[in-house]
Design a protein around this ligand. Sequence first.
Ligand SMILES: C[S@@+](CC[C@H](N)C(=O)[O-])C[C@H]1O[C@@H](n2cnc3c(N)ncnc32)[C@H](O)[C@@H]1O
Length: 254
Amino acid sequence: MDAQPYSQGVAAYAALFPRPEHELAALCAAFGPGQGRCVVDLGAGLGVSALGLGRAGWQVLAVEPDAEMAASLSTRLALEPGPPVPVAVMPRSAPLPDALADAVLCQSVLHLLPPAEQHALLTEAARLLRPGGCLWIEAPFASPLREPVPWGCVGTRDLGLTRVEHHRCMEPDPTAGPEAWATTWRFEVWQGGRLLHEVSRRFAWVPLHTQALARATRAAGLHGLTVWADWSARTPFDPALAPYGYARCHRPTP
Ligand SMILES: C[S@@+](CC[C@H](N)C(=O)[O-])C[C@H]1O[C@@H](n2cnc3c(N)ncnc32)[C@H](O)[C@@H]1O
């Protein structure tokens, strides 16, 4: 991950196209009011969830290995109006103590990692959780419903005389493995009908399998994996009905 940064020049553009508000609202409702409790956001990215949880009263430790993503989040925090939001941005090398977190969030990260790095991340989550604390996972799961998404413009932002367009496609990537997919982002900067600049990034990933994730979380010392089709943990995940899953498991109490 450190050898090949996640963002590679796209972080500042990606920050112009935030995740939909309803996703954040569902996540914050699932977590409940923080009341000063601590959550570690592993792979916080641009920090949309970290900010939302911080505003909801959680003390958020936003761990982000990609310097460009981390810088974008720090800038965003500095520009927040009103009282400071309790979000601390830190690299993966930050020495966090054992058992400091009431919850750990791992949102849209695991499917990007090879198995050995998934194991390392789950083991780190288990170490950071206090006994009884909960790991929340969001990821694409294996599902026959997943379809390639052809190139299309998924958002535009006008910035004075300049317009930024976000284009995206998603396709199977058999060269990376039988189940591998790739998502490609392309940002275009336009002015007066002229393309001034473009930058793109391809993200390779493999959807998760419920049974494999159950084994991987147990191997990391986490118990009771349940996979749901929504953050509110109301609808059990069924690969025939949903391509994304939201999972919970916990560090057992002694
Ligand atoms: C798809 S982004 C998700 C960001 C954010 N969690 C969200 O849901 O919007 C994946 C993030 O995981 C980070 N990441 C990749 N490998 C990681 C690792 N081993 N540990 C922690 N974060 C990692 C990347 O730098 C990137 O910011």
